[in-house]
Design a protein around this ligand. Structure first.
Ligand code: NAD
Length: 427
């Protein structure tokens, strides 16, 4: 990515991604912001970055240290909100980009939050449950100075789960001296979690796909769907696509790439992953090559693994009508342009995977009021917010003749920068 900006001194210019992609997306929206573009620089640098050392005693008695991060990209519209990732590739650059996308996502959906993100640079599969608990608790305690129910509210992301959130909630609560359910979302139900949260991101991916399909005349029933990433987001999205009559013809996770032109039995594949930890060894589909996976003919392609997966080379080969971004940042800006030129519609992450943070918002509201809603109420409200946001973003895209991504960024950045302008700069 040609960074036309001065690189922030704390980033490595040799490894500009994915922050450079985020900055390019912001640059693309700037001409559409009118007088508010005066404030645009605020989006190009995170408000606050906390880097912490996370030391633990390992099960064998040795000491290990890990890099931990919490980045608050923008707090103009409310407290920070964004997940915590445990992955060996976590870096400051990555957490910054993910926090920026959270600012945009929360504003695009109209949720009363700024954007934040956190992570620890570890491969969680290499640690025992007891070690992961110690890592999570120490990290939570270290970032305790910047998080809180009215400051910044973490949630699960890649490599973390509702158990991680339970440990975070408990550690924060012990440190402040009272139970603070609202400090994290994505908690177990018994600790103030919300019904419907666990599957909300995948459900939202499906809603976004369906809304795009309605406008593009690509019906879900009978559609062929390819899903990359078969975890919390990809697994649930695949299941709901299938429940609505689509055929999931290929799946990929970190260890296997599988296809079945008749449609994969998703509940059986999910059961296999629950039992074995990955799709490897699942017998209801044939193993295929990486290259074949990116050339499969389908109506919907759902990247739901990690950022940077849809490269320009892959964008040239993709044979789909609609890309629905379950992951954050899966498509590089250059790949985005190729897909546009090939008339492949991209429903961007900041809209397509916003179901998770929307139900996190419901969880936070329920925790504050200690009054809990039914799953039907939650799913109905999620549907309402997603459909309304999709409609508004689609309308802006048509009106301004821009991509859905740029339209989502226009709406979001206008909201963030209007808040910035109205609050003014201190002092
Ligand atoms: P997860 O850990 O539950 O699942 C990740 C999946 O991706 C796993 O199946 C893993 O095997 C697979 N994967 C990892 N590396 C891969 C690779 N190189 N190639 C193919 N597959 C690979 O994580 P998740 O919660 O499902 O998150 C997936 C994406 O969705 C991330 O980008 C995350 O930021 C985004 N997201 C998650 C949520 C949420 O609520 N969990 C909300 C919004 C966005």
């Amino acid at each position: 990515m040609a960074a036309t900006h001065e690189t922030l001194s704390y980033l490595d210019p040799a490894r500009p991604e994915p922050w450079a992609s985020f900055i390019e997306q912001i640059d693309r929206v700037a001409p559409h912001l009118g007088h508010l573009s005066h404030w645009i620089e605020t989006l190009k640098r995170p408000k606050r970055i906390l880097i912490v050392d996370v030391p633990i005693v390992r099960d064998d008695g040795s000491i290990a240290h890990f890099e931990g991060y919490r980045v608050q990209h923008n707090l103009s519209r409310g407290p920070g909100k964004g997940g915590v990732r445990f992955h060996p590739a976590v870096s400051l650059n990555e957490v910054m980009a993910l926090s920026g996308w959270m600012t945009v996502k929360n504003a695009a959906l109209g949720l009363p939050y700024g954007g934040a993100k956190g992570g620890i640079r570890i491969d969680p599969r290499q640690f025992s449950r007891a070690e992961l608990e110690r890592i999570t608790r120490r990290y939570t305690s270290e970032i305790g100075i910047v998080i809180g129910p009215d400051k910044d509210i973490p949630a699960p992301d890649v490599g973390t789960s509702e158990q991680t959130m339970a440990w975070m909630m408990d550690t924060y609560s012990v440190n402040v001296g009272h139970t603070a359910s609202g400090v994290v979302t994505g908690k177990p139900i018994a600790l103030g979690g919300s019904l419907g949260r666990q599957e909300a991101t995948g459900r939202g991916v499906f809603i976004a796909a369906r809304e795009a399909g309605l406008r593009m005349d690509v019906p879900i029933a009978g559609a062929r769907v390819v899903v990359q990433g078969f975890g919390n987001v990809g697994g649930v999205a695949a299941r709901i696509f299938r429940e609505n009559g689509a055929k999931v013809v290929a799946l990929q996770d970190a260890e296997a790439t599988l296809a079945n032109p008749d449609g994969i039995d998703i509940p059986a594949a999910l059961a296999h992953v629950a039992a074995h930890g990955s799709l490897a060894g699942y017998e209801g589909a044939q193993a295929i090559g990486e290259d074949e996976f990116w050339h499969l003919e389908c109506e919907y392609f759902v990247p739901a693994a990690l950022e940077g997966q849809l490269t320009p080379a892959r964008a040239h080969g993709l044979r789909t009508r609609i890309v629905v971004e379950g992951a954050n940042g899966p498509t590089t800006p250059a790949a985005d342009d190729i897909l546009r030129d090939r008339f492949i519609l991209v429903v961007p992450d900041v809209l397509a995977n916003a179901g998770g943070v929307t139900v996190s918002y419901f969880e936070w509201v329920q925790d504050f009021s200690s009054f809990f809603w039914t799953e039907e109420e939650i799913n109905a409200r999620l549907e309402g917010i997603m459909v309304k946001a999709f409609g508004a973003i689609w309308h802006t895209a048509q009106e301004r003749r821009v991509s859905i991504r740029t339209a989502a960024f226009i709406i979001a950045c206008q909201r963030v920068l209007a808040a910035r302008e109205q609050r003014g700069l201190y002092p």
